[in-house]
Design a protein around this ligand. Structure first.
Ligand code: ADP
Ligand code: MG
Length: 809
């Protein structure tokens, strides 16, 4: 070890801060080269790589070629606006997602200047002394100078799934998972010099498409196909009727632009990404866009008790002391917590027990430890008593400790633990547990043997209180109102768990099951009662997997929390795996969301946000697609009726901007509906038959109104240009009213929508009344009579929505 310390020029106390700074300069930061982000200019240019944009540019060139500079200018302007809108949306959503990545920095625990610190893993340097703990990832390449049964998962390097035992002087590579044990290592290599940096091009997670994006994409394709068909037919018809080829081409292309919801995927991603940053600001870090979507449709939350529903600030409030002296000895020595300046480092249960034994003086050298694990639910340490004897000290779940005891220590006299005494102890355990206390049992024996945790001598119990979190009860109630079931899953005693679950409103008319009982029943039996089980007590982490699977089989969208290394598979399996901010790296990696504040009520906040986002997506999808349908139906209708086309290319392009622009954007920013958390979860399908029917009918109403007004203008002898101006304005006002249809009933943030609508309306007035714009858009001023008709006809879309709300269920 001396040699190793010398080789890396460091000490057992770690490096000094000044030395760390020096080494940063020499060796750089501990970072793997990531793919460089796309520069904004490339992102901007990539917006041009789009068929519609290409067609528009061709149309612009064509109209320029035949000397129609105004139209060419209009089209180029439309291209530019479309590109700018697309660019801003994409840029904003990339930024939102990236800022989250920054929040998810890797941490490392190091010893520097003889102090233990948690630092950003990027700032590790060669010679740093790193502390490794179960469930963490190695933050750099290390060489071990101390190992307490460290088991490593190196499968990502070797492909070998079996864990590797690491002893002193063994290397532990960056990113390998510490499955169990703990120890110390010296950093030997950092950044690109590490094994993983050397061998692997870092695999970049491709942005996967969310189910919603896939569905919206499909709908877009269907609409595009219809639009292209209609455009082609119109193109041919117009040509047959002898219109100029360039003009007709322009009309067809503009129509396609107006009828295809090309902006939809971008608005969708942006809305999800903004939702992600909103959630992050309330301490819920969502790792993937997909989960924002899933959260809104969550039907059941399986939550840990300790630390998530309770404060995890424990203190001893009751005791049952058979031999107080021995119990204090065990409390003090069979304990891994450190209390320094009143601050606790380590496990809360250990901390409370250590505080209880604060004034007890003892110093026996620890020679071995069988660490606490969530399966055995106990821990044991072995100490040197004197030159010949060792002493074994155990503490843990009281019934488990009791089962491993053969004797009791009654104030120094050792007696056989018979059934009668056992009953008295069990009664005490039950009494304390009923008061919601976490009960810990204590035992010891002199002399270590082959089976250190058997034939122990029982010495007593401590009862620890761990009060429920302040907001937890309210949050549970909110879930129940929102049709979301809440289940408690805990390693704690069934009575303790039940008592807390009752206080929180989680245990009402359902039942409690223990891990042991769960083990005994078959899958069929379990599925039959799963709905009724509200509390799972004394479960082993592996059983969480079975619980998730069953609940999913019953058709639930399951959110499950976890913090330990053994929770990882269940977190992966859950629809939404939720890790704790102070949980293990492995659990964080396997999860979809990280609760920075470890608080149950944050899950509920995130679900509410998810539901709001879901509603907003529904709003703008409905708005945009019904406009597209309306445009297609209007054009088809006028063609069938042998009328001239009601919109010219410039007008169609303007319509497109109105639709993708302010109204759609602001619909994505609406506040939560008043009843967001007072209705059952939705299945996650936004494009239901109901919505599709509504979209079609809304489009039909717009098309019918526009065609009627347009043909009436034509037949009553208005010049075509005038009739078109009226039809065009009517169609725009239809959109504004339709956006109004989509607003939420919340008082919050609707002002954006009103501003968006007012802006669009004012621009429309400019287009109709400003002479220069009249030339560009080929519009004429329209009078009071027409405005009256426009307002009355356009408001039918609001009536139509109201009627549909009543009729279509
Ligand atoms: P939870 O699921 O509520 O987080 P834990 O997994 O932390 O429960 O604990 C499960 C059980 O393990 C506890 O009820 C207790 O009996 C035992 N236990 C927890 N912490 C310790 C400890 N530090 N020492 C001994 N036993 C412990
Ligand atoms: Mg726990």
């Amino acid at each position: 070890m001396e040699k190793l310390l010398k080789k890396y020029n460091t000490t057992p106390d770690g490096l000094s801060e000044s030395e760390v700074l020096k080494r940063h300069e020499r060796y750089g930061l501990n970072e793997l080269d990531e793919k460089k982000p796309t520069p904004p200019i490339i992102l901007f240019l990539s917006q041009f790589a789009d068929i519609l944009i290409a067609l528009l540019i061709i149309a612009a060139i064509a109209s320029f070629a035949i000397g129609d500079t105004i139209d060419a200018g209009v089209i180029l302007l439309a291209v530019l606006l479309n590109v700018i809108i697309g660019f801003i949306q994409e840029y904003r959503s990339i930024r939102a997602v990236n800022s989250l990545k920054d929040l998810m920095v890797k941490k490392a625990i190091v010893k520097r200047n003889n102090e233990v610190l948690e630092v950003d893993a990027r700032f590790l340097t060669i010679g740093d002394i790193v502390i490794l703990e179960e469930g963490n990832k190695s933050p750099a390449d290390l060489i071990l100078i101390e190992s307490n049964d460290i088991n490593c998962d190196e499968s990502f390097l070797t492909g070998e799934s079996e864990a590797v035992i690491k002893e002193e002087k063994d290397a532990v590579f960056m990113d390998s998972n510490i499955i169990s044990g703990h120890g110390l290592g010296i950093v030997t290599d950092i950044g690109m010099d590490t094994e993983i940096g050397k061998i692997a091009e870092i695999v970049h997670e491709e942005d996967e498409k969310t189910p919603l994006a896939v569905k919206v994409g499909k709908l877009g394709k269907i609409l595009s196909a219809i639009a292209i068909l209609v455009c082609t037919v119109i193109f041919i018809l117009e040509l047959i009727q002898g219109a100029g080829i360039v003009e007709t081409f322009m009309t067809a292309v503009s129509l396609a632009v107006a009828a295809i919801p090309e902006g939809l995927p971008a608005v969708l991603t942006l809305t999800l990404a903004l939702g992600m940053s909103e959630m992050a600001s309330s301490d819920a870090l969502v790792k993937r866009l997909l989960s924002v979507e899933t959260l809104g449709s969550c039907t059941i939350i399986c939550s840990d008790k300790t630390g998530t529903l309770t404060d995890n600030k424990m203190s001893v409030v009751e005791s049952y002391l058979l031999n107080k002296d021995k119990l204090l000895l065990i409390s003090k020595l069979c304990n891994n917590a450190i209390i320094k300046d009143n601050a606790l480092i380590g496990n809360q249960t250990d901390g409370a027990i250590l505080r209880f034994a604060q004034n007890y003086e003892t110093s026996l050298e620890r020679i071995d430890e069988i660490p606490l694990d969530s399966n055995r639910k106990m821990m044991t340490t072995i100490h040197r008593l004197d030159s010949e004897n060792k002493i074994v000290l155990s503490k843990g779940a009281p019934e488990i400790i009791l089962n491993n005891c053969k004797y009791i220590d009654n104030n120094g006299s050792i007696e056989i633990l018979d059934e009668e005494i056992k009953e008295t102890v069990v009664k005490r355990i039950d009494e304390m547990s009923d008061e919601a206390l976490r009960v810990i049992g204590f035992a010891y024996k002199i002399n270590d043997d082959e089976r250190p945790e058997e034939n122990l001598i029982f010495t007593g119990l401590l009862g620890l209180i761990d009060p429920p979190k302040k907001n937890a009860k309210k949050a549970v109630k909110e879930c129940i109102n929102a049709g979301i079931k809440v289940r408690m899953i805990t390693g704690d005693h069934e009575k303790t768990a039940s008592a807390i679950a009752k206080q929180l409103g989680i245990l009402t008319d359902g039942r409690v099951i223990t891990g042991k009982e769960l083990e005994k029943i078959s899958d069929e039996e379990y599925l039959a009662i799963a709905d009724d089980i509200q509390v799972y007590a004394r479960v082993k982490p592996a059983q969480k997997m079975r619980i998730v699977e069953a609940l999913k089989d019953l058709g639930n969208i399951v959110a499950m929390t976890g913090d330990g290394i053994n929770d990882a598979p269940a977190l992966k399996k859950a629809s939404i795996g939720i890790a704790m901010g102070d949980g293990t790296d492995v659990s964080k990696e396997s999860s979809d969301m990280i609760l920075q504040d470890n608080d149950f009520s944050t899950i509920v906040k995130a679900i509410k946000e998810g539901r709001k986002i879901y509603d907003n997506i529904k709003r703008f999808v409905k708005f945009q697609v019904s406009t597209n349908v309306g445009a297609i139906l209007t054009i088809v209708g006028t063609s069938l009726l042998n009328l001239p086309l009601p919109f010219n290319p410039a007008q169609l392009l303007w319509l497109n901007i109105v639709m993708d622009g302010p109204p759609a954007q602001t619909l994505g920013m609406e506040g939560a509906e008043k009843d967001t958390m007072a209705r059952p979860p939705e299945t996650g399908d936004i494009l239901t038959k109901k919505t599709l029917t509504e979209i079609f009918l809304l489009g039909l109403v717009m098309a019918t109104g526009t065609i009627l007004v347009f043909s009436w203008e034509i037949y009553s002898g208005a010049p075509t240009e005038k009739a078109m101006s009226v039809a065009f304005t009517l169609f725009v006002v239809y959109q504004l009213f339709n956006a109004f249809n989509g607003r939420s009933n919340s008082t919050k943030s609707s002002k954006y929508l009103y501003i968006g609508l007012a802006l669009s309306f004012m621009l429309q007035l400019l287009i109709i009344y400003i002479p220069q714009l009249q030339i560009i858009f080929r519009t004429t001023a329209i009078g009071i009579a027409e405005w009256t008709i426009i307002i009355i006809v356009a408001s039918t879309i609001i009536a139509a929505q109201k009627i549909m709300n009543k009729v279509i269920k």
